[in-house]
Design a protein around this ligand. Structure first.
Ligand code: HEC
Length: 199
């Protein structure tokens, strides 16, 4: 072991505290200047930061949350089903559509071409249920009709029409099916499903 260990000759600069315990010297080293500047700088910055976000114009977490929720709404609205797509029409919008004679007439044309084979020329029923009576398996609300026509009931033999007809045609089909109610067609098929009170 060399005895002239240079480290022991370290002379602490003036002002530095030296602490000796069991012959071990401990120097209370000065903090490097750059480090101190970082510390003071961050203290000053934090004061400004706090003031900006607490009293100043900086957005609070609540503000940021509100903005994020608004963005979410925009994205949701952009991806929401459009009218004519399943879930995109409301009871009111479908009712409004059904109030037009032209729409019901268009619905009738489509019905005769696509639906009459199973539901009868006048909605009296056949392979499919009677569409003119008070009894419904899937409900008689406009939205319920739109849904069952668009999605079908594949395992019961009702095909899905959503991809085969245009959105307007789908709404017109709903309009026509609703218009069939109470028409008492001849050779009516017996009730299926629940009795629904319809206006
Ligand atoms: C291949 C035969 C077939 C065709 C074509 C067909 N349907 Fe159906 N439809 C059915 C069957 C079967 C059911 C009964 C489904 C069930 O039991 O859940 C049904 C059910 C329905 C219902 C629900 C009735 C209820 O009681 O809730 C509506 C509404 C309906 N069809 C409308 C239409 C329309 C509109 C078309 C034409 C675009 C059409 N269907 C074409 C066979 C058919």
């Amino acid at each position: 072991m060399s005895t002239d260990n240079k480290q022991n000759e370290f002379a602490p600069p003036p002002g530095m505290e030296v602490h000796v315990y069991d012959g071990i010297e401990e120097h209370d080293n000065f903090l490097p200047r750059w480090w101190l500047w970082l510390l003071y700088g961050s203290i000053v910055f934090s004061a400004g930061y706090y003031a900006h976000y607490t009293f100043g114009p900086g957005p609070t977490l609540r503000d940021e949350y509100a903005v994020a929720m608004q963005q979410l709404e925009t994205v949701r609205a952009a991806h929401a089903p459009k009218p004519g797509q399943p879930g995109g029409d409301t009871e009111d919008s479908l009712k409004l559509w059904a109030a037009s004679d032209t729409h019901r007439e268009k619905g009738k044309e489509a019905y005769v071409a696509k639906c009459a084979v199973c539901h009868g020329q006048k909605g009296e029923g056949g392979i499919g249920p009677n569409l003119a009576d008070d009894y419904w398996i899937h409900g008689a609300q406009y939205v319920q009709l739109a849904k069952v026509i668009a999605n079908g009931v594949t395992d019961k033999g009702m095909p899905p029409w959503g991809a085969l007809v245009s959105p307007d045609e789908l709404k017109s089909l709903v309009a026509y099916v609703r218009a069939l109610h109470g028409t008492n067609p001849p050779n009516a098929k017996g009730p299926q499903g629940e009795k629904v009170v319809m206006e």
